[in-house]
Design a protein around this ligand. Sequence first.
Ligand code: NAP
Length: 218
Amino acid sequence: MKIAVIGMNGKMGREIVNILKENNYEFFGISKEDDFNIYKNADVLIEFTNREANIEHIKVVLNEPRKYIIGTTGFSEEDLKIIKKLSEKTAVFLSYNFAYGLNALLSSIPMLYKKLIDYDVALYEIHHKFKKDRPSGTSKMILNKLKEVHNNLNLDVQAFRIGGIFGEHVIMFANEGEVIEIKHKALSRRVFALGVLKAIEFIKDKEVGLFNMEDLMR
Ligand SMILES: NC(=O)c1ccc[n+]([C@@H]2O[C@H](COP(=O)([O-])OP(=O)(O)OC[C@H]3O[C@@H](n4cnc5c(N)ncnc54)[C@H](OP(=O)(O)O)[C@@H]3O)[C@@H](O)[C@H]2O)c1
């Protein structure tokens, strides 16, 4: 299995390259300067770049599909349709957050919220100042989990962009008597790269379909 890391010089790209080296995977990088068509030399593509570049790449890959692990965030509904189209031709793994613990937390949100349905809810997140999208993909995932319980929930997610913070998300439930705060904090970008390793192992035997961390954790 040969892997291509698209955006290998970025913050996440570098982290993924390190972890692939440590685990003896065969891989090569694709940067902005390369002819993107070299992707055809890979069996699995991994991309953490930006919304625009990632969608352009997917449109190219649709013609000659390869398995695709997507970590980029900020996609629109229209973009997601294009990703879905690719997943009808090959296996695609899409997650806005590859941290294992965060995904374990996600799955428990509906269960908790069902019991706290009368409580007020708030959600805020803090990321480094270079992060382009807001709210974060993770906030959208948390919001979707809350909406599984309360379809009309109207939450104004507060997104702070300061310093070098890798990613922090806080969900608060409160009534007049008590406050429950659930916080997830990524301590390094390595935690996301470790999730990508799991995704590689998960996707390598899949032929078609759109998968995420929930599928991997089942
Ligand atoms: N899913 C997750 O768990 C997770 C975790 C962290 C981050 N993310 C997301 O991952 C994405 C990247 O984050 P980051 O912090 O690594 O950003 P970053 O440091 O800015 O890295 C992005 C990289 O993509 C490169 N790039 C841009 N256009 C390209 C193209 N057409 N072909 C090849 N490479 C291209 C950039 O090159 P130049 O510098 O030359 O422009 C840069 O090296 C963001 O969407 C972020 O939100 C997701």
